[in-house]
Design a protein around this ligand. Structure first.
Ligand code: PLP
Length: 372
């Protein structure tokens, strides 16, 4: 039996090992570790990649969301509209700055926030919207930006799963007031530790993010506001510069693999990922839907195929936010998705044979179903 892990960081490291080790050695030889030359260069290179004026390196994707919200002027007690179908950190960042997450439902085809559901939830307290570019596909940004302009709201993109994704030809991170990215190891652009970045075209927002990430530090011995320790690590920045140059190749390979999965799986009783019009998906995750999700998952595990669920429980039903008072049924499309979604292995180093094996294992599950 073969074993195909859900992620394989070692396979991604092997081809760039020499370059990475050299970059680490140079960084440590220079010992310029506090927002040093690699951090500054990465900021320029990532802004150029996204097509934004500014990019500011921070300590994580979660920190990026917190600092972007604060920089956009979201205050304690304000409401921030977002999707409950995301990694917990999206909501956590809102709560950690003292604001209140307001959950609206998703479009079940793209798993991104349903723009039509947003407007009904806007109140006098609403300050921002956080669309999440889920699994590598951008949310439907045009109507979201239109609503935000009408009501004077900030739009903070959670692009933590969507480095390089396109919407109407523009890159994620360049589609709202500010864009937030994570460099957690498994993301499309991953470091070998923690990291994140905020992109924006607004000079004031970039400047404020810089203030918050470094203790509100304005000049030697002077602190203008209460901030955080949220700097991007210089060694991670050196590694990220190498991997940023490869990001388009990585994403191209992910798209090829997605097309191959589609050819191999299209006739099974599964819902496969859909690419919406004018969007280019970068397949951070390859998420299918099955009415028999848990049994299919167990079968794939038996066959040596690693899988995941992103995520099993919608955020509005998590214990940590019971105080918000949501019940089951509040966001039905997101709740339904959680019951059926299954993430198959998706990383650039997967081979044609790997995918054929995974598809064969899924096919076997359904042929047994038929026989039973
Ligand atoms: C990974 C992720 C985050 C958090 O990023 P960290 O770097 O782990 O803090 C936030 N939102 C989404 C959608 C993510 O996938």
């Amino acid at each position: 039996m073969r074993h195909i892990p859900f992620v394989d960081l070692k396979a991604g490291f092997a081809p760039i090992k020499a370059e990475v080790m050299q970059a680490i050695e140079e960084t440590l030889t220079g010992m310029n570790l506090n927002i040093g030359p690699n951090c500054q260069a990465l900021e320029r290179e990532f802004a150029a990649y996204c097509g934004t004026e500014y990019a500011v390196g921070v300590g994580s994707g979660t920190a990026a969301l917190q600092f972007a919200l604060l920089a956009a002027g979201v205050k304690g007690g304000a409401e921030v509209i977002t999707s409950p179908h995301t990694f917990f950190a999206t909501a956590e960042a809102i709560v950690c700055i003292g604001a209140i997450p307001v959950f609206v439902d998703i479009d079940p085809k793209t798993y991104t926030i349903d723009p039509q559901a947003i407007e009904k939830k806007i109140t006098a307290k609403t300050a921002a919207i956080i669309p999440v570019h889920m699994y590598g596909q951008c949310a439907d940004m045009s109507p979201i930006n239109e609503i935000s302009q009408r009501y004077g709201l900030a739009v903070i993109e959670d692009a933590c799963q969507a480095h390089g994704a396109l919407y109407q030809g523009k890159k994620s991170g360049a589609l709202g007031t500010a864009g937030c990215f994570s460099f957690y190891f498994t993301k499309n652009l991953g470091a070998y530790g923690e990291g994140g970045i905020v992109t924006t075209n607004d000079a004031r927002i970039a400047e404020k993010v810089r203030l918050f990430l470094n203790h509100g530090h304005t000049s030697k011995y002077e602190h203008a506001v209460i901030g955080y320790n949220g700097r991007l690590d210089e060694i991670q920045a050196a590694i990220l510069r190498i991997r940023l140059r490869l990001l388009d190749d990585y994403n191209r390979r992910r798209r090829e693999l997605a097309a191959e999965y589609r050819k191999l799986l299209f006739d099974l009783p599964l819902v496969l990922p859909a690419e919406a019009e004018a969007r280019q998906h970068v397949f951070h995750l390859y998420v299918i839907r099955s009415a028999e999700r848990d049994r299919l998952m167990a079968h794939l595990t038996d066959k040596g195929v690693g899988t995941g669920i992103h995520y099993r429980n919608p955020i509005h039903l998590q214990k940590a936010v019971t105080y918000l008072g949501y019940n089951r049924g509040a966001v039905p499309a997101a709740e339904q998705a959680c019951e059926e979604i299954l993430s198959l292995p998706m990383y650039p180093e997967l081979s044609h044979d790997d995918l054929a094996y995974i598809a064969e294992a899924a096919r076997e599950f359904y042929s047994r179903q038929g026989a039973a």
